[in-house]
Design a protein around this ligand. Structure first.
Ligand code: ZN
Length: 323
């Protein structure tokens, strides 16, 4: 019986691992199309995870298969605001076309066993784009996804003054010019906006856009079954906090392959989330466990050493949008 199971796993792995091997090492070696798939649909490869278990390698072993994970510019990090650098050269981020909708208001949502991820197809003139804020170029929106806890005492990846938040949203953008290979071959290929959510018991203070997200999550309870959902009135601008203040530093993807190509902007002002909204995230299956009933959560990477990195602090003004 064991032998048959092994053979079956090998067959399955032959299919899956061919993709997995491509993800080892430097992202520059990756076929741009594979990378595009990673950015749009997430890393659905199942060989890594967040807990010590038989079927997946936990964060302290990611570097065995993904050497970049032991680099000196890894994310997430703890931010001690007293040690951040207030830089006069910094300016607000400009969120261009953040209020636009994808074609037909259609979003592709996938629970990839590590997170839940949202992406959409935009007409090129309406593509949400990030610029300014010290960025040397425009960065086009690619996907957004979340990290959360199985309890509200934890969940965020970044920690501010020793405080963890129950949920963190990542809005991922890619360098607009050049192809993927070029964008990921340098340390500024990606720009990610991190938004922290703190718990509120006051329904009126909750971020209402998360109700739309929560409804969409019911379509992707099962792992690796993407769904196309129509989200009326859902825009990226509706996710942003009302102030532009941010912490900025050079870091990495917080999941394998841990590529050090990310300019991080962690927004200072948290948004608010209710237990009810959080429970929608905690209902997603993680595809692990013998029963198949394990739930996705605590999908945050342990804190990484900051080493000598500068963490810049932009005080913040009112949010700027342009159409
Ligand atoms: Zn993330």
């Amino acid at each position: 019986m064991k032998y048959h199971l092994g053979a079956l796993l090998l067959l399955f792995c032959g299919h899956l691992c061919s993709g997995w091997f491509k993800f080892q090492g430097d992202l520059r070696l990756i076929n741009p199309r594979t990378l595009q798939r990673y950015l749009r649909f997430g890393n659905s490869l199942s060989h890594w995870g967040y807990e010590h278990g038989a079927n997946e390698s936990p964060p302290d072993q990611w570097d065995k298969k993904f050497p970049a994970c032991k680099g000196a510019q890894q994310s997430p990090i703890a931010i001690n605001t007293a040690k951040t650098i207030r830089s006069s050269r910094l300016e607000p981020l400009l969120f261009h076309a953040y209020s636009s909708f994808p074609e037909a208001n259609l979003w592709t949502v996938v629970n990839n066993g590590h997170t839940v991820q949202f992406g959409g197809s935009y007409n090129s003139s309406y593509l949400p784009t990030l610029s300014k804020g010290g960025l040397a170029a425009d960065y086009a929106f690619t996907q957004l996804h979340f990290h959360w806890g199985t309890t509200s005492l934890r969940g965020s990846e970044h920690v501010i003054n020793d405080k963890r938040f129950p949920l963190e949203l990542h809005i991922v953008h890619r360098h607009s010019s050049g192809d993927n290979r070029e964008a990921h071959g340098n340390s500024t290929g990606l720009a990610v906006v991190g938004i922290l959510f703190e718990l509120t018991s006051d329904e009126r203070k909750r971020l209402r856009q998360l109700d739309t997200i929560a409804e969409a999550l019911t379509e992707v309870i099962e792992q690796n079954k993407p769904a196309n959902v129509t989200l009326e009135h859902f825009t990226l601008s509706g996710l942003l906090p009302p102030s532009t203040g941010y912490y900025r530093y050079m870091g990495s993807l917080t999941t394998p392959p841990c590529t050090e190509a990310v300019q991080w902007f962690v927004m200072k002002k948290p948004q608010k989330i209710t237990e009810k909204q959080l429970s929608a995230f905690r209902r997603l299956d993680d595809g692990n466990g013998l029963s198949g009933l394990d739930k996705l959560g605590d999908n945050f990477r342990p804190l990484q050493a900051p080493y000598q990195r500068r963490i810049e602090n932009y005080r913040g003004k009112e949010l700027r949008f342009s159409q």
